[in-house]
Design a protein around this ligand. Structure first.
Ligand code: NAD
Length: 475
């Protein structure tokens, strides 16, 4: 299916953060763009913000003056949605309110041609619900951009119950023609990204509640260890706890109190305290000028420990007194019993050359001297080591298992295919790898074992493995 032609007019409703970004993007792709906002002067302000942003790009040598001028020349402010009469595509980015959106699309449908496509940038409202009263709901789809729209690569193309496949395909091709990575998804709460990413925050909050480690240490295990760009606590502070807690509650209730999505009282208490994160100066971390920055807990090598060198350091499993085992959900104590020898269990990392930290736990019969040797061996490989309590699945592995499990569940329910889930997480929230591909690379059997162990030990149904994952392991 072809994209909307460059000469096709794109109308944008709502000239706020997202609308202005999408207008810039469409104009940069060559479309004449009409920008409309209900508030007096808001569309002009939006247009001026675009101009300022482009000016910055020109200053930094990322765009020529002529390119910037050409983009601006294609963006016209209009004061009435009736101006969209001849547009090929309308994209709505107004307040997140079902009734406001329904009313707006009724107005647009009345003036736009029958072949025009109507799209919403909603992040949390059912695309099916917005389209309900349209005369032709088949030409309606979600076009979910990420903030900032000109920069973030992903567009989730959302099909509601009534969306025509051809319309979704045209929206998909159009997003790609605008330089985006498009993925198809079915209209369901959170679509792909805002559903799968819940696990990133939820597991971090659970680990914190269980006092496995402090936020700075948990963040370091996810960034320096597993290669994520931001740790979950720094990210929640950036998003704002009011916003993140509200999204947690909305996804939890949209999935009928599914335990995987259960919000945390830790978030609630931060909101209660007004510690909303960076925007209020304090959340998990303190952003005041000169405030001490908490550092991750790292094992130091005791004097006298002999670091293994060269080839021996590459094969830490050679530590003779102890078996080193990557976590499969069993605790070190359980593994020591199963192997009848002392065990150090290691957390998931992003692998050689990327990871600079590794989490580990030791069974009680591992002597301190051997722990020190292990830490020294890790150091010789460029890895800081963080000792954790003897906890099932440790930190990064537990988080990845839950991300992948959510992905399997979404795929099973036909929300998206596996490739789309991975592309969405990599391009929408900058994950270092797609959780599905990552889970396959380390072995689905191991991921399943981690979930089964967590469920057995906690008794919490949030850790039940997706049927799709369990069946995939049987393959
Ligand atoms: P915003 O508050 O920055 O902008 C909304 C704009 O819509 C305002 O300028 C407002 O005047 C205008 N508006 C409100 N009602 C209108 C109406 N009836 N007709 C015309 N204009 C109207 O909001 P935003 O952050 O740009 O979000 C817009 C939409 O995009 C929401 O549905 C939101 O869920 C979604 N979204 C936001 C983000 C994000 O990170 N901000 C990301 C993806 C999707």
């Amino acid at each position: 299916m072809a994209a909307i032609g460059k000469s096709g007019v794109v109308g944008i409703v709502g000239a706020g953060t997202m609308g202005a970004g999408i207008a810039q993007l469409a104009a940069a792709a060559g479309h004449p763009v009409l920008l409309y906002d209900a508030w007096d002067g808001a569309a002009e302000k939006g247009r001026a913000r675009i101009a300022k942003g482009l000016e910055g790009l020109v200053k930094r040598g990322r765009m020529t003056e002529a390119e910037s001028a050409a983009i601006m020349a294609r963006i016209a402010v209009v004061t009435n949605p009736e101006a969209f009469a001849g547009a090929a595509l309308a994209i709505e980015a107004v307040v997140e309110d079902l009734e406001v959106k329904r009313k707006l699309f009724a107005q647009l449908e009345a003036v736009m041609g029958d072949d025009a496509i109507l799209a919403t940038n909603t992040s949390s409202i059912s695309v099916t619900a917005i389209a309900r009263d349209l005369r032709r709901p088949g030409r309606f789809a979600g076009m979910h951009f990420f903030n900032p729209a000109p920069v973030m690569k992903l567009v989730e193309v959302i099909s509601g119950v009534a969306t025509d496949a051809a319309v979704a395909a045209t929206v998909f091709a159009t997003a790609e023609a605008w330089g985006k990575v498009a993925v198809h998804a079915k209209s369901t709460p959170g679509f792909i990204v805002n559903r799968v990413a819940r696990a990133y925050y939820a597991e971090a909050l659970r680990l914190y509640e269980e006092r496995v480690a402090d936020p700075a240490t948990l963040d370091a295990l996810m960034t320096e260890g597993a290669g994520f760009r931001m740790g979950p606590f720094a990210l929640m502070d950036l998003i704002g706890h009011d916003v993140n807690y509200a999204v947690s509650q909305s996804v939890f209730s949209a999935y009928y109190q599914e335990p995987r999505f259960r919000p945390s009282v830790v978030q609630l208490e931060l909101v209660n305290a007004g510690r909303l994160g960076r925007k209020s100066g304090r959340g998990f971390f303190d952003y005041a000028e000169g405030a001490a920055q908490p550092v991750a807990v790292t094992e130091t090598v005791e004097t006298g420990a002999v670091p293994l060198e060269g080839a021996a350091a590459d094969r830490v499993c050679d530590l003779p007194a102890v078996r080193i085992h990557p976590t499969d959900g069993r605790t070190a104590r359980m593994l020591a019993r199963d192997f009848a020898r002392p065990v150090i269990v290691t957390d998931l990392t992003a692998g050689r050359g990327i990871a600079t930290r590794v989490g580990f736990a030791a069974s009680p019969d591992v002597p301190d001297r051997v722990v020190a040797e292990f830490v020294a061996a890790m150091g010789a490989q460029g890895l800081s080591a963080t000792r954790l309590p003897d906890w099932p699945g440790l930190v990064a592995m537990r988080t990845l298992a839950m991300l992948a499990n959510e992905g399997f569940e979404a795929v099973m329910q036909g929300v998206a295919d596996e490739t789309a889930v991975d592309a969405a997480m990599v391009n929408g929230v900058n994950y270092p790898r797609g959780p599905m591909g990552w889970a396959r690379a380390i072995g689905l059997g191991r991921v399943l074992a981690v979930l089964d162990s967590l469920q057995a030990l906690t008794g919490d149904p949030r850790y039940r493995a997706s049927l799709a994952l369990r069946l995939a392991v049987g393959d």
